[in-house]
Design a protein around this ligand. Structure first.
Ligand code: ADP
Length: 383
């Protein structure tokens, strides 16, 4: 199939920042795109060829949208799965496949998958709702502390809570959930694996993630991770194994914990471009977005090596500010070497809303980390 400067249409479910960054590459290759998103102000709106407004969880909406395109992909996992299955049955290429998505959409099913395939992961127990979890705790079968996770519709840490005492469960929704053992980890690592339908497979280098203690959102992504080579090799091998077991197409971001004993445990995966790969736009030979595109179109994959050390700082809305966004001091950081802000195009800021990110590249990773901290302390996302 000829994709370039033709009538071929790539459909993208979700019109957020991940889609917007993917569209830089569809523009580069002159590939036509259709985007579906519920918001009139979706970041993708300015960069796709046709924008459709609609509910991503609605069967008819997703199905009708899918019928208009040749290949369908998604930038968010919360999409109507039944519609994807039907579209695939009717010959639309859907990547990653609905089969992979089904295993990932529900954290309980995802964890069971790791156990079935002997992939190392933290111990857990599944519960059909909060009430049955509480009964289990009262029967002393589930021990405190543990990490509560709702199995569906959690995002960016909002469906995750550390439970140290039973009252920490107050106000949690009475939904299906898992109770997971607390992992004493030294580092949170991630590896992005890229695979095309022909089976060509590549991994990006292991990155290290530093989290905001309150919001549970990534603050810094550091590439390469500052860990021993043998740990990095182990993490890469586990990520490759996970990807092979899922038999996925496109990108698979594998998030892992490096424990105090240097064990690697898989936390969760995302079958799409990922926050932990944004650094690749500036620091890698081929960005994660270009490689996602190459993978789902069954084109040869690009070089995943880095040209330079890269660090990403998330730009999240500051607490106490809601309304029209202002990126205070952005001119200042633009004056520094190797610093590139990405502004997602969301007009309104809210506390912890992901509004953009900044990439810092430098030949020296320690210098990059120092600049990243200066960036973090200088730029403010306020209203
Ligand atoms: P989300 O899907 O919302 O990103 P995660 O499962 O990645 O949720 O959890 C968010 C964060 O919570 C993780 O990045 C990690 O910092 C912490 N966390 C999750 N599971 C555990 C665990 N078992 N032990 C300790 N910390 C955890």
């Amino acid at each position: 199939m000829n994709y370039f400067s033709t009538d071929f249409k790539l459909g993208i479910l979700g019109g957020g920042q991940l889609g917007k960054m993917l569209l830089f590459d569809t523009r580069k290759f002159d590939i036509q795109t259709y985007v579906l998103d519920p918001s009139d102000e979706a970041p993708c709106k300015i960069a796709c060829n046709q924008f459709f407004k609609g509910d991503l969880m609605d069967f008819e909406t997703v199905y009708n949208f899918g019928k208009k395109v040749d290949v369908l992909t998604f930038e968010i996992e919360l999409v109507n799965l039944e519609a994807l299955v039907k579209l695939e049955d009717e010959g639309v290429k859907v990547y990653p496949s609905p089969k992979t998505l089904k295993l990932i959409q529900n954290k309980g099913i995802q964890k069971d998958f790791y156990i079935q395939h002997a992939i190392p992961t933290a111990n857990y127990k599944r519960f059909k709702n909060l009430k049955s979890l509480i009964v289990d705790i009262l029967d002393s079968k589930t021990k405190l502390p543990f990490v509560w996770k709702c199995t569906e519709f959690g995002y960016d840490g909002n469906g995750v809570k550390v439970i140290r005492q039973i009252s920490d469960l107050d106000n949690l929704a009475n939904v299906e959930c898992i109770a997971e053992e607390m992992v004493p980890f030294k580092n949170e690592l991630a590896v992005i694996v890229c695979r095309n339908p022909s089976g060509e497979i590549k991994t990006y280098p292991v990155v290290e993630m530093e989290f905001h203690p309150e919001a549970n959102q990534v603050e810094y992504v550091i590439c390469p991770a500052r860990i021993d080579d043998n740990i990095a090799e182990k993490a890469r091998a586990i990520a490759l194994n996970v990807s092979e077991k899922f038999n996925h197409v496109g990108l698979l971001a594998v998030e892992m914990f490096q424990t105090e004993d240097d064990e690697i445990l898989v936390n969760e995966v995302a079958p799409r471009p990922h926050n932990s790969g944004h650094y690749s736009i500036e620091a890698s030979y081929t960005s994660q977005f270009e490689n996602h595109l190459r993978a789902i179109l069954n084109l040869p994959l690009g070089n995943t090596d880095s040209k330079v050390a890269g660090i990403m700082v998330n730009l999240s809305g500051e607490e106490g500010y809601s309304g029209d966004v202002v990126y205070q001091n952005i001119e200042k950081i633009l004056g520094w070497n190797g610093v590139t802000p990405h502004i997602y195009g969301k007009k309104q800021t809210r506390p912890f809303r992901k509004m953009g990110h900044v990439t810092i590249v430098n030949q020296n990773i320690n210098e990059a980390r120092r600049i990243a901290e200066d960036v973090k302390n200088t730029i403010r996302v306020i209203s």
